[in-house]
Write a protein that binds this ligand. Structure first.
Ligand code: UDX
Length: 459
C-alpha cells in the first residue's frame, strides 16, 4: 500500500531513504532546514556523491513522488508517517548529540493533532526512545501515536544498492500494529524478498545498531593488527583472511586489511555506545580499545614509507585517494588526514589526488603544505614514492609501465593491496602492501622500458 511519508533530514541516510521509498511508489516529502540544499535538491542536484542516487532522485522528481521542502510544520500536518533521519553527531565528550532529533520531535508534537507514527532512523543511544516516550507522553498519548526505532545499515558508496537489497529489517517497537506500518512500507524490498524482519523492543533495536558497527569495527581492527604482525614475520594477510574466513563462524566478508577504517559512523558510534554504557556504570573497555588500535593504523602507511625512504624530508610524495573508501566523496575520519599531516610534518612535498573527494578534503584539512592534482598522472609525476589510500577502481589500473614513465623514485605503499605486487617488483619497484612483507626488485624485466636503477630505492 502506498503511503504518504515525511523524511526529516537529507543527509546520506535521509536522502537515500527518501529517494528509495519514493522509487518504490510512496509519496515522500523530504525536509531539511538547509534552504540552499533544498533549493538544489528541487533541481535534482545532490549535496554529495553517491552512485545511482541522482538517477532515482530525478526520476522521483519527474513523477512527483518526491517533494523537497524546508516547511517542517506543514510537512508534519500533512503526513501520518514521519521518519527521522537527522544527524546525531559526536559531542566533545564523545556522547551522541541528540539536539537535532529533539528539534524534530518538538516540531512533530507541536503539530500533532492526529495520530502519527514516528520512525527514528538516526542512530541513538540505547534507551533514547523510551526517554522520548516519557518526555512527550502527553502529546503521544492524546493522539495515540507511536515511536519506532528502525536502524539503518546503508553503506556509503553502495547505499542505493543496500536500500534495495537489505540483509535484514529491524523494527524496534512497543506496539505490533505500529511495527506493521514499517513492515508494510518496506514490503517491496524486505518481506516480499524474504528478507528477515526482526521485531523487538526499541532498546534492543538501538543496541543492534551500535552493536553491529562496533562488531564490524573490531573485526577491522583485528585484521589490521594481524596485518601489521604479518608484515614483520612474512605472512600474507590475504591468505590469512581467507584461511580464517573459511571458518563459518568467522566468515569471509569484511576482512580486508587496509589503512585503518574511516567514515562517519564507526568512531562516532564506538564513542557513543561506550559513553552511554559509562553513564549506566558499565565499562566497555574492549570497545574503547578499538579506536586506540585504529588511530595507530591510520598513520601507519606514512610511517612505513618513512622507514622505506630513510627520511621524508624534501621527498616528493603522491597520495592517491582521500575519501575514506571508494565510491564516495566523504573524507570523514579518512586515513588521508593522518597520512598527509605526518608527511608534511616530516618535510615531504605532498601532492594529493582523489577523483571525487578533493573538494571535501581541502575544506576539512586546514594545514598548508600540500598541493592537489587534477589527475593521478599529474600526482605521480616526478614522485619519489606513492601511497595509495583509497580503493578507487581507477587506481587498480595503474601499471608499472605507467609509473615507470612518470615517477622519479620507485617506492609504492599500496595500503589496499590493489596492485599486482609481483609485476611491480619485476619492473624494479619496491612495493609495500598492507599485511605483506616488502617486495624489493630482484630482476630486470625487458617488457618494462626505461628501467629503474635499483639504487634509487633507498630502503
Ligand atoms: C558503515 C556500516 O558498514 C554501515 O552498515 C552503517 O550503516 C554505517 O557505517 P560505511 O561507513 O559507509 O558503513 O562504510 P563501510 O563500507 O562499512 O567501511 C568503513 C571503513 O572500513 C572504510 O574505511 C573501509 O575502507 C574500511 N573497510 C571495510 C576495510 O578496511 N576493510 C573491509 O574489509 C571493509
Amino acid at each position: 500500500m502506498k503511503k504518504n511519508i515525511a523524511v526529516f533530514g537529507t543527509g546520506y541516510v535521509g536522502l537515500v531513504t527518501a529517494a528509495g521509498l519514493a522509487d518504490i511508489g510512496h509519496n515522500v516529502t523530504a525536509v531539511d532546514i538547509d534552504q540552499r540544499k533544498i533549493k538544489e535538491l528541487k533541481k535534482g542536484y545532490l549535496p554529495f556523491y553517491e552512485p545511482g542516487l541522482k538517477k532515482i532522485v530525478k526520476s522521483a522528481l519527474t513523477t512527483n513522488k518526491i517533494n523537497f521542502t524546508t516547511d517542517s510544520d506543514e510537512t508534519v500536518s500533512k503526513n501520518e508517517l514521519i521518519i527521522i533521519a537527522v544527524g546525531t553527531p559526536e559531542m566533545s565528550d564523545g556522547r551522541a548529540d541528540l539536539s537535532q532529533v529533539r528539534r524534530v520531535f518538538d516540531c512533530i508534537t507541536d503539530n500533532m493533532v492526529q495520530k502519527k507514527t514516528i520512525v527514528i532512523k538516526s542512530t541513538v543511544p540505547p534507551g533514547t526512545v523510551d526517554k522520548l516516550r516519557e518526555e512527550y507522553a502527553a502529546e503521544l498519548d492524546v493522539t495515540n501515536s507511536d515511536i519506532i526505532f528502525c536502524p539503518e545499515f546503508l553503506r556509503e558508496g553502495s547505499a542505493v544498492h543496500d536500500f534495495y537489497h537489505p540483509e535484514r529489517l529491524v523494527i524496534g517497537c512497543n506496539n505490533l500494529d505500529a511495527a506493521k506500518i514499517v513492515d508494510d512500507i518496506y514490503y517491496p524490498v524486505a518481506r516480499k524478498m524474504d528478507v528477515p524482519v526482526l521485531k523487538c523492543s526499541t532498546v534492543s533495536a538501538e543496541m543492534i545498531k551500535y552493536g553491529s558497527n562496533v562488531m564490524l569495527a573490531s573485526r577491522l581492527a583485528i585484521i589490521n593488527e594481524l596485518a601489521e604482525f604479518s608484515e614483520v614475520v612474512g605472512g600474507d594477510i590475504r591468505d590469512v583472511a581467507i584461511g580464517m574466513g573459511l571458518d563459518s563462524r568467522i566468515g569471509k566478508n569484511y576482512m580486508k586489511a587496509g589503512p585503518g577504517f574511516g567514515g562517519s559512523c564507526f568512531e562516532k558510534d564506538i564513542k557513543g555506545i561506550a559513553k552511554a554504557a559509562d553513564y549506566h556504570g558499565v565499562n566497555l573497555g574492549l570497545v574503547n580499545e578499538i579506536l586506540v588500535s585504529n588511530e595507530h593504523q591510520l598513520v601507519r602507511p606514512a610511517m612505513r614509507l618513512e622507514r622505506a625512504l630513510g627520511s621524508l624530508k624534501s621527498k616528493n610524495i603522491a597520495v592517491l585517494g582521500l575519501a575514506f573508501k571508494s565510491d564516495t566523496d566523504d573524507v570523514r575520519n579518512s586515513a588521508a588526514f593522518n597520512v598527509v599531516e605526518y608527511l608534511i610534518e616530516k618535510g615531504a612535498k605532498v601532492k594529493v589526488h582523489d577523483p571525487q573527494a578533493e573538494y571535501n578534503f581541502i575544506k576539512d584539512f586546514k594545514k598548508k603544505g600540500y598541493t592537489c592534482a587534477d589527475t593521478a598522472d599529474d600526482a605521480v609525476k616526478k614522485a619519489d614514492a606513492i601511497i595509495i589510500l583509497t580503493n578507487w577502481k581507477e587506481y587498480e589500473k595503474i601499471t608499472p609501465e605507467f609509473l615507470n614513465n612518470l615517477m622519479k623514485g620507485r617506492v609504492i605503499v599500496d595500503t589496499r593491496n590493489m596492485l599486482d605486487e609481483h609485476s611491480f617488483r619485476d619492473c624494479g619497484f619496491t612495493i609495500y602492501g598492507t599485511g605483506l612483507k616488502e617486495l624489493k626488485p630482484y630482476k630486470r624485466n625487458n617488457n618494462c622500458k626505461d628501467l629503474v636503477n635499483a639504487a634509487i630505492v633507498t630502503v
